[in-house]
Design a protein around this ligand. Structure first.
Ligand code: ZN
Length: 74
């Protein structure tokens, strides 16, 4: 997961799965808050909140199937 950080606002975006998502947020933030200017020190950084890795995706898929199955069974 990746976040956009703006030192000028002392703010951090919500986490995004990809750095591109965080960069897109940064671009929208610059346009809305800084008239398109790049705040000094802005950056996209990896965060500890990470996406599932490797075999963790199996557990995520199983939980999703169970939840989906419970919805279909109703
Ligand atoms: Zn800002």
């Amino acid at each position: 997961m990746y976040v956009y950080e703006c030192p000028a606002c002392d703010g951090t975006s919500d986490p995004y799965l990809t750095p591109w998502g965080a960069r897109q947020f940064g671009a929208e933030h610059r346009d809305a808050e800084h008239a398109g200017l790049h705040p000094r020190g802005e950056c996209v950084v990896p965060t500890a909140q990470r996406a599932p890795q490797g075999r963790e995706w199996v557990a995520v898929a199983l939980v999703a199937l169970i939840l989906l199955g419970s919805l279909v069974m109703r």
